[in-house]
Design a protein around this ligand. Structure first.
Ligand code: G3H
Ligand code: 13P
Ligand code: ZN
Ligand code: NA
Length: 283
C-alpha cells in the first residue's frame, strides 16, 4: 500500500530502526526494491532524484512508483528527493507523490525557512509530508556539486529554530556523509547527531549513505537517524553485473537477459541494507 513518509518514519523513530530510501530511475530498480522489501518484510521509500526525473520523466516515475506501492505487500512511500523549487514539488504532488523533499539548503537560514515553510503549508493541506535539508551535504547530485570545503555541518541550534518555524516532518542533516563514492572512509559526527536528536524530535535523515560502513550506519540509527538514502551502492551493483554478463555473453542482444541478473544483484544489495537498517520484519 502507498503511505506517507511520515507514517513510516514515525514508526521507525518509535522502534529504533531506519527506513531505506532508494533512488528509482527505471522499472528494474523499482522491481528490485519492491522485491527486496517484500522478501524482508520491510517498509520502504522509493525516491526520485533530479536526475531520475529528467531521465524517465515525472509521469513514468509516478506511474511506476504508484503501481509498485499499490500492489506491494508492504507499506511504500513515493518521495521526491532533493526537490529544487516550489513548481517541481507541486508537480510531484499533483502526480501522486506521498512525500516530498524541498532542498533549499543552498540558501541562508532565513530563506531556507521561508521556502520550506511555504512547501510544508501546501503539502500538508493535501496530506503529503515533507523533508527539508539544513546544512550542506557534500558530493554530487545531478548538476549540483558541493565540495568538501563547502559542505557545512548542521548547527543544532539552527535545527531547533528551523524545525519550529517550518513545521517540517523530517530533516536531512549534514554530519559527515557525502553523495556518491567516498575517497577515504567517511567520518560521521555522532555527537552532532545526538545533539540534534536531543534538540528536536522529528525523524532525522542521512543522505549519501552508500559506502558508509554498516556499523557506522547502525550507530547513527541508534542516535536518531530514521531514514537512510541509498543510490550509489545500487548503481554499482547494477553496473558490475551488466558488465560481467556482457563480457561472458558477448553475443547476447536481449535486454531482458542482460538486465535480469542486474535486477537480482540490486535486490540483494537492497536486502542487505534493509537488514542493516533494522527495517526487516517491521512492515
Ligand atoms: O541525490 C542523490 C542522488 O544520488 C543523485 O542522483 O544523479 O540521479 O540526480 P542523480
Ligand atoms: P548515495 O548515492 O551516496 O547513496 O546518496 C544517495 C542520496 O543521498 C540521495 O538523496
Ligand atoms: Zn541526497
Ligand atoms: Na555516499
Amino acid at each position: 500500500m502507498l503511505v506517507t513518509g511520515k507514517e513510516l518514519l514515525l514508526d521507525a523513530q518509535k522502534n529504533n530502526y531506519a527506513v531505506g530510501a532508494f533512488n528509482i530511475n527505471n522499472m528494474e530498480v523499482v522491481q528490485a526494491i519492491i522485491q527486496a522489501a517484500e522478501e524482508t518484510n520491510s517498509p520502504v521509500i522509493l525516491q526520485a532524484s533530479q536526475g531520475g526525473l529528467k531521465y524517465a520523466g515525472v509521469e513514468y516515475i509516478a506511474a511506476l512508483g504508484k503501481l509498485a506501492g499499490k500492489n506491494a505487500k508492504v507499506p511504500v512511500a513515493l518521495h521526491l528527493d532533493h526537490g529544487t523549487d516550489f513548481e517541481q514539488v507541486m508537480q510531484c504532488i499533483r502526480h501522486g507523490f506521498t512525500s516530498v523533499m524541498i532542498d533549499a539548503s543552498r540558501f541562508p537560514l532565513e530563506e531556507n525557512i521561508q521556502y520550506t515553510k511555504k512547501v510544508v503549508e501546501i503539502a500538508h493541506s493535501v496530506g503529503v509530508t515533507v523533508e527539508a535539508e539544513l546544512g550542506k551535504i557534500g558530493g554530487t547530485e545531478d548538476h549540483i556539486t558541493v565540495s568538501e570545503k563547502d559542505a557545512t555541518f548542521t548547527d543544532p541550534k539552527e535545527a531547533k529554530i528551523f524545525a519550529e518555524e517550518t513545521g517540517v516532518d523530517y530533516l536531512a542533516i549534514a554530519v559527515g556523509t557525502a553523495h556518491g563514492v567516498y575517497k577515504g572512509e567517511p567520518k560521521l559526527d555522532y555527537d552532532r547527531i545526538e545533539e540534534i536528536r536531543n534538540t528536536i524530535d522529528i525523524p532525522l535523515v542521512l543522505h549519501g549513505s552508500s559506502g558508509v560502513p554498516s556499523e557506522s550506519l547502525q550507530k547513527a540509527i541508534s542516535l536518531g537517524i530514521c531514514k537512510i538514502n541509498i543510490d550509489t551502492d545500487i548503481r554499482a551493483a547494477f553496473a558490475k553485473t551488466v558488465k560481467e554478463y556482457v563480457a561472458e555473453n558477448p553475443d547476447q542482444i536481449d535486454p531482458r537477459k542482460i538486465l535480469g541478473p542486474a535486477t537480482v544483484a540490486m535486490k540483494e544489495v537492497i536486502k542487505e541494507k534493509m537488514n542493516i537498517f533494522g527495517s526487516a520484519g517491521k512492515a
